[in-house]
Design a protein around this ligand. Structure first.
Ligand code: NIG
Ligand code: FE
Length: 422
């Protein structure tokens, strides 16, 4: 029997399916294979992909009704909805003042140690109401959706008291109900040692472990737990303690690893079976080898390195050649990365990390889904997955990173509904 399609997209110049990597993240040759179908089509039923293939084959399998939305994608590139697996999107205030300080040569950790950086956003976020946080979040998510992001992770971490962390996580839940981007919340109570605990950091670790983790677990407001493991922030030992406890409560794990100083964060993420190790600018050879032999995804954030005006980027080619599963994310936050467009991130990844356009596309779709543990139902164009699609006004997918200064998104479809460019 033929499927009565709710939506039918036909004649895509390039249908970039990224298929075949739903069970395990793509690495090696698979990372460079975007799975393109020329003249491709996608049929959608009840928010899910019912059929994918050449336009002729898909047309044989479906039936149009008076209600079917027909999209002729002639001359365009169609991708799975982009997935952003690392953001700090929910915050109040802004940090343009630090932008100027950085231009004059101030370092990120220096600003932080002086009570600015994350601390300044913590002060603003603590004094903001949920309405204000949700309003700002809605604006940023609208920008991301317009650039093709249909699923995003959002971390807490600008509250740093149980009350304020829960306020952030509740705001994320409200945001999820108010706009189309699907949100996966992460608890990042261990984002920085708050100023009031500066004289006794271990006391704050004890608070995260003893009070915050159980309460956040009970609230059901976050699926993952993350720690900013960095010199002067949380040590390897403190990170291990927090993440082991988080695992006991059923959280999936992520880790800000080896961003500025090579502490062994990548090795810790692998040891604990984390979904991802993120940043990795200063990852060691041992860290790369550990990642290569694991299912932990290396989430690279080159827009952060660019915005911090650093010369040294994560060794993406070394990782890819060693067999590491690499994903890309924006890291959108008010300090180290005000960029929230994944095509812009892909443009920087190609130029600075020397990733190919194909690798960048796979890294921002199916591998990004693996970094969030949701590759079974999204991240590629395959029957049975969520019908999340982005149509770009370009005839070649390589235009996306190449022309990254222009938003080429023409239409976005989330769970079968046209949400941008109707
Ligand atoms: O991933 N490194 C820690 N957290 C963010 C920065 C957050 C901030 O500066 O507000 C990051 O870059
Ligand atoms: Fe981050």
């Amino acid at each position: 029997m033929k499927v009565k399609a709710d939506l039918l997209l036909i004649n895509a110049e390039q249908l970039v399916t990224v298929k075949g990597n739903s069970k395990r993240p793509a690495r090696g040759l698979a990372l460079g294979d975007p799975g393109i179908i020329a003249g491709g089509a996608v049929a959608v039923k009840d928010g899910l992909i019912a059929a994918v293939g050449s336009t002729v084959r898909v047309m044989e399998q479906v039936e149009m009704t008076a209600e079917t939305v027909l999209i002729d994608a002639r001359g365009t590139v169609v991708l799975p909805g982009l997935i952003d697996p690392h953001t700090h999107l929910l915050f109040a205030g802004s940090r343009e003042d630090e932008f100027e300080m950085k231009i004059r040569g101030a370092a990120y950790l220096e600003i932080l140690a002086g009570g600015g950086g994350i601390h300044s956003t913590v002060r603003a976020t603590r004094s903001a109401g949920e309405g204000e946080l949700v309003g700002m979040g809605q604006r940023y998510l609208g920008e991301m959706l317009a650039a093709g992001t249909t699923t995003a992770e959002i971390k807490s971490g600008y509250g740093l008291t149980l009350k304020d962390e829960l306020k952030q996580l509740r705001s994320i839940r409200t945001l999820a109900e108010r706009q189309p981007v699907e949100l996966l919340p992460t608890f990042l109570g261990a984002h920085v040692i708050p100023e009031e605990y500066r004289s006794d950091p271990d006391e704050y670790v004890a608070l995260v472990v003893g009070e915050m983790l159980p309460a956040v677990a009970r609230s059901g407001l976050a699926g993952c737990c993350d720690v900013f493991c960095e010199e002067g922030v949380f040590s390897i030992e403190q990170s291990r303690r927090i993440l082991l406890e988080a695992q006991r409560y059923g959280f999936k794990l992520k880790l800000h690893a080896d961003e500025i100083v090579s502490l062994g964060g990548a090795e810790l993420a692998v040891e604990l079976g984390a979904l991802s190790a993120d940043h990795l600018v200063a990852v060691s050879g041992r860290g790369v080898a550990a990642l290569a032999s694991s299912e932990t995804v290396a989430v690279l954030l080159p827009a952060t390195t660019f915005c911090l005006m650093k010369e040294r980027y994560a060794p993406a080619r070394q990782m890819i050649e060693a067999g590491v599963a690499v994903a890309l994310a924006s890291d959108f936050n008010p300090g180290s990365c005000p960029v929230n467009s994944l095509p812009v991130v892909m443009g920087i990844a190609c130029r600075q990390l020397k990733m190919t356009p194909a690798e960048a596309v796979v890294a921002a779709t199916i591998n990004a889904a693996h970094a969030l543990g949701c590759a079974a139902d999204r991240g590629s164009l395959e029957a049975g997955k969520k019908a999340d699609l982005v149509i770009f006004d370009a005839a070649d997918y390589r235009s996306l990173p190449y022309r990254f200064g222009t938003n080429l998104v023409k239409q976005v479809i989330k769970s079968g509904k046209v949400v941008v460019g109707g």
